[in-house]
Design a protein. Sequence first.
Length: 151
Amino acid sequence: MAYTININGIPHSVDVDADTPLLWVLRDVLGMTGTKFGCGAALCGACTVHLDGQAIRSCITTVDSIGDSKVMTIEEIGKTPQGEALQRAWLDLEVVQCGYCQSGQIMSAAALLKETPKPNDADIDSAMSGNVCRCGTYQRIRSAIKQAAGV
C-alpha cells in the first residue's frame, strides 16, 4: 500500500505493507541508515527516532500508525539546538566507543533536553534508561547531556 510520511521535513511516498516497521522503511526503502537495528523488540533504544518530538522506537512503530505525524531521525537532529549541542558534547567528551547505539542515545537525549532543558541526574537516568550501551559509556553519556544542557 502507498503511504506518504514526513521524514525530516520532507514528504516521502513509500509502497510497503501496513505493518512494516518504520525502521525498515527508513533503512531499506529510503536508505537512511543512521537509525540502527538493535533488538527488534523496543528494548535497546538503538532505533530511536522522534515522532512529533517524542522519542519512540521505530522497530515497533508501523508505517500505518504514523499518519500525518512528523518523523525526525539522527540525520536531521543536528539542525535543532538540542541536537547540535549534544553532537558537540558527544565529540568533546569522546562519548563514543563502538558507536552503534549512539544515534539512539542522541535521539533520546535530544527529546529529554527539549522537554527538560536543565535535567538533573534523575531526569537523565529516567529518560535514558531504555537505551542500552554494550560498551558501558553511560557516565560519558550523562556528562555529555549535562554539558549540552549547560548544567
